[in-house]
Design a protein around this ligand. Structure first.
Ligand code: URA
Ligand code: ZN
Length: 388
């Protein structure tokens, strides 16, 4: 074991070479294509969203080349990365193709990680989140088979998934055996957005990718997680570990309002075993929020949630957590970069998107050294994950 604390990146993506080749073979979204740039250079572009400007976004080796991932990690002092396939995963494929490709990509990711350099005698530099063929028409048997495959691959520690499930979202009762299997296998679910919200909300003025990425992505996560909570998944599977991308979007800000709306709705009021705020303590949140105040706030909300372990204990009980809630909450927050997305627009030594998130962790009021080790082994449940 290294003597210094480890910096573990839990939110970092790859388009594995097999997946990138598949996207290249396609003529409709999602796809990778080559074009001649306005400067006359041949360049690769990635088109993954239906309403994305037809030019898509630039894509290069940092999306699929392991050496590039390791160079990025070295540049930013990241010891270990838990790599996940980037959106839109297998969502757009027919069931049989999705099932076959999931199996192949999980094996590819295992090799990608298992043959990465060693950090110590027991740790590799790379671990991964696998994929399930979550598409309409897939059988539960196929999903369970893939959960079993992932649980047998030693360098895969969880599963990245979007918000659609098998077509009806994550609160679909058909998924219950899948949550059970994931929970029993001790795998972490990394819940990540792709679709955003209805594009009509963005109006007619062009704002580039800003609105879908800054608001659409986190709102999608907020809605999906809220539906998951309302479906009672965390009551039925109390050991299920779900990590939310982008600090859970707006959910921490809205959790008391959610609790109040539930309390005033006769259809839902008796459905959950706990006050809605309690479920914040069942979730993990990445620290991809870019600001100290936001991280502090999210950790307060998670810390407060510990006091809501029963409907009966409510506001008065939350006082007992007192000033400790920020520290308690920080334990469920994990460092991430979102690499290779958000590269700097011009040549810089380090990526602004990464430096900002590290500085945000350093600047949280009330997080002392132990909590600021946020970025590292003690803080990071990622460490659990990579040993688990
Ligand atoms: N854009 C994406 O499409 N995915 C991410 O994870 C981040 C930005
Ligand atoms: Zn991401």
């Amino acid at each position: 074991m290294a003597s210094h604390k480890l910096l573990v990146d839990i939110h970092t993506h790859v388009y594995l070479p097999r997946y990138a080749a598949f996207l290249r073979s396609r003529t409709s979204v999602p796809r990778i294509f080559s074009r001649t740039s306005p400067q006359g250079k041949l360049e690769d572009r990635l088109l993954i969203l239906d309403n994305e400007p037809s030019g898509g976004r630039p894509i290069g080796a940092q999306y699929w080349d392991r050496e590039e991932k390791l160079k990025f990690m070295d540049k930013h002092g990241i010891d270990v990365s838990i790599v996940s396939s980037a959106n839109p995963w297998l969502d757009f494929l027919p069931a049989s193709t999705a099932h076959k490709l999931a199996g192949e990509l999980n094996d590819d990711l295992e090799t990608f990680c298992a043959t990465s350099p060693s950090l110590t005698t027991t740790l590799k530099r790379l671990y991964g989140f696998g994929l399930l063929p979550l598409v309409p028409e897939i059988t539960v048997t196929s999903l369970l088979e893939t959960v079993e495959q992932i649980s047998q691959l030693p360098h895969l520690k969880g599963i990245i998934m979007g918000t659609r499930g098998v077509g009806k979202g994550l609160d679909d009762a058909a998924l219950d055996p899948v949550w059970k299997a994931i929970s029993e296998a001790g795998l972490v679910v990394f819940l990540h957005p792709h679709y955003g919200v209805d594009g009509k909300a963005w109006g007619e003025k062009s704002n580039g990718h800003v609105l879908p990425l800054a608001l659409g992505f986190p709102f999608e996560t907020t809605i999906a997680t809220t539906r998951l909570i309302l479906s009672g998944v965390f009551d039925r599977h109390p050991d299920l570990r779900v990590l939310l991308a982008h600090s859970g979007g707006a959910l921490p800000q809205l959790s008391s309002r959610l609790a109040s709306c539930i309390d005033h709705d006769p259809e839902v009021a008796s459905r959950l075993a706990h006050d809605a705020r309690y479920y914040m303590s069942k979730l993990y949140f990445d620290a991809v929020a870019y600001g100290s105040e936001e991280l502090g706030f999210v950790s307060d909300v998670i810390g407060r949630a510990e006091a809501f372990s029963a409907r009966a204990s409510s506001a008065a009980a939350s006082k007992n957590v007192g000033t400790n809630k920020r520290k308690i909450g920080s334990r469920r927050m994990v460092f991430g970069t979102d690499h290779p997305f958000f590269p700097p627009l011009s040549e810089t030594e380090k990526w602004k998107s990464v430096v900002e998130n590290l500085e945000a962790i350093d600047g949280v009021d009330g997080w002392e050294e132990a909590e600021k080790d946020a970025r590292n082994e003690t803080f990071l449940h990622a460490a659990d994950t990579i040993r688990g």
